[in-house]
Write a protein that binds this ligand. Structure first.
Ligand code: NAP
Length: 248
């Protein structure tokens, strides 16, 4: 018996990293999972892991920043799995650079995936969730959305916007028993952070009281809590998972 038995979860950016760990964690607790990423074939390994846990996995290719593609993806999930109980807006990208050198393309790309993508998926699942009078949405924000970061004005703005989106949607949807919360990870070891220079990583590590980087599983555990009835009285909240790096 898992705490998500009978539930259907949709996870974006599920091909690797944090998204993959979330999909596997929710599946281990009994949820069937719709996996979304830019290309269906990238989702093969995650789908295999979900199936290995004895749950159904379907693969949906969509660019989260494309409205028609997102609607088609949600329609496919509802058609094949019957419903959506849990949406995890995880897909995210970085295009770092200092403000004065940041191109409009890098600004737009990050805002499109990190913020517009979450808006589009939330809008697409909101109707069916309101109709079924239940649902949970978890947005993967970042501590950078809380404190800002030099060289990441696009990313920080997208994640701060995502936190504001979380709170606004939580207020709109609470009356229909749809909860919306965010997780704000600190420094998590994935492909997104592997590209950082060693001296930057060292500086980060020095700023983490728990003296280790986070793992994708650390984030997946927080998502599981927010996706389950264990957090039944929580909405509009930001759960920070960062080894003590930021305390607020
Ligand atoms: P990751 O390893 O780069 O994985 C992100 C996934 O999202 C990739 O599979 C990526 O596909 C997919 N994706 C990118 N653009 C997409 C789009 N337009 N449509 C659909 N899928 C798309 O990143 P991660 O570290 O696991 O990060 C996951 C989330 O956590 C992100 O929202 C990130 O901002 C957030 N986060 C991460 C950290 C950290 O330290 N790692 C800290 C705070 C917050 P591609 O292969 O095409 O890139």
């Amino acid at each position: 018996m898992g705490i998500l038995d009978g539930k259907v979860a949709l996870v974006t950016g599920a091909a690797r990293g944090i998204g993959r760990a979330i999909a596997e964690r929710l599946a281990a607790e009994g949820a069937d999972i719709a996996l979304c990423d830019l290309k269906e074939e990238w989702l093969a390994d995650t789908a295999e892991a979900v199936a290995g846990a004895g749950r159904r996995a379907i693969r949906v290719a969509a660019d989260v920043g494309n409205a028609a593609g997102v609607q088609a993806a949600v329609d496919k999930v509802v058609q094949e799995l019957g419903r959506v109980d849990i949406l995890v807006n995880n897909a995210g990208i970085t295009r770092d650079g200092f403000l004065v050198r940041m191109s409009e393309e890098d600004w737009d790309a990050v805002l499109s995936v990190n913020l517009k993508g979450a808006f589009l998926f939330t809008r697409a699942v909101a109707r069916p969730m309101m109709k079924q009078r239940s649902g949970v949405i978890v947005n993967i924000a970042s501590i950078i959305g809380l404190i800002g970061n030099a060289g990441q004005c696009n990313y920080a703005a997208s994640k701060a916007g995502l936190i504001a989106l979380t709170k606004s949607c939580a207020k709109e949807l609470a009356g229909r028993n749809v909860r919306v919360n965010a997780v704000a990870p600190g420094f998590i070891q994935t492909k997104m952070t592997d590209v950082l220079a060693e001296d930057v990583k060292k500086k980060m590590l020095d700023a983490i009281p728990m003296n280790r980087f986070g793992t994708s599983e650390d984030i997946a555990n927080a998502v599981l809590f927010l996706a389950s009835e264990q957090s039944a009285y929580m909405t509009g909240q930001v759960l920070s998972v960062n080894g003590g790096m930021v305390m607020m």
